[in-house]
Write a protein that binds this ligand. Structure first.
Ligand code: 4AZ
Length: 261
């Protein structure tokens, strides 16, 4: 199991598999039409709906923490230091759109102490700011509950290919005790939070969504990031919720790290 989980992470980091929100429903549960993306039960995000969403060239997601800083997963990057080899694409749901904003990286900061278990966050400094709304991060555990939004260009089915269009879904919070029943000591409860439909499965992030945000509305009605897509056993399987970096745990570290970029 451990190796299986790590394999998912390795795949995402290598960009061997690509991203998006997977949403599975019982066949025929949703009215499929010619314009429905090839995601069972998945839905396409509208242009501009999640303006802070970023797609990274190694095959991960990310969010605009600042106009010139992308927050992503540590397992999506290979270390810290100067790095001009990553391209961030933003401002579009269609990755092939001629309106896509593409900016190169200048530096990467991988979470200090990251060793493949917990601490799955990283920052990427961009060569120039992107004039789009940023996504604030949760600084307390207040919003680690309820229903979360997930989005990405990753696989739409377990083992499937990357998506051209941004997909979105909603998943409920799963408490640590329930999540530990799936993952045992692989879960780091203080550093990770889980989400998904434990009983029925069917909706989840998947390969290539890694690094992207899990978010919700705060009490003032603003989007706030509570998680970073990190890992899980397969995608959308019953009994195996998705595991997300617990952003509030690292909010102070992320802020401090961003100030150094
Ligand atoms: C991945 O490899 C990945 N179902 C992302 C999310 C999940 C599993 C794998 C959670 O990027």
């Amino acid at each position: 199991m451990k190796n299986l989980l790590r394999a998912f992470k390795r795949c995402a980091a290598a960009g061997a598999v690509i991203l998006a929100a997977v949403s599975l429903q019982p066949a025929g549960a949703s009215a499929a039409s010619a314009s429905t993306p090839p995601v069972v039960g998945g839905t396409r995000a509208a242009q501009g709906e999640f303006p802070f969403m970023v797609r990274l060239s190694m095959g991960c997601g990310g969010s605009l923490y600042a106009q010139d800083i992308v927050l992503t997963a540590a397992h999506c990057v290979s270390g810290s230091g100067n790095n001009t080899g990553i391209t961030a694409t933003a401002g579009v749901v269609d990755l092939r759109s001629s309106s896509a904003i593409k900016v190169k990286s200048t530096k990467v900061l991988q979470a200090p102490g990251y060793n493949g278990k917990g601490k799955d966050w990283a920052l990427i400094k961009l060569a120039r700011p992107i004039s789009l709304p940023t996504l604030g991060i949760a600084t307390t555990n207040t919003y680690n509950k309820g229903t979360f939004d997930i989005a990405g260009w990753g696989a739409a089915t377990e083992g499937g290919g990357q998506q051209r269009y941004l997909l979105k879904a909603k998943v409920p919070f799963v408490d640590d005790a329930t999540c530990q029943r799936a993952y045992g000591n692989e879960l780091v409860p203080a550093e990770e939070l889980c989400a998904g439909f434990v009983e029925e499965g069917g909706t989840d992030t998947c390969q290539g969504d890694s690094g992207g945000p899990m978010f919700r509305k705060d009490d003032a009605g603003a989007w706030i990031q509570v998680g970073i897509v990190s890992w899980g056993t397969g995608c959308a399987r019953p009994d195996y919720p998705g595991v997300y970096t617990e952003v509030s745990t690292f909010a102070a570290d992320i802020k401090k790290a961003a100030a150094t970029l």
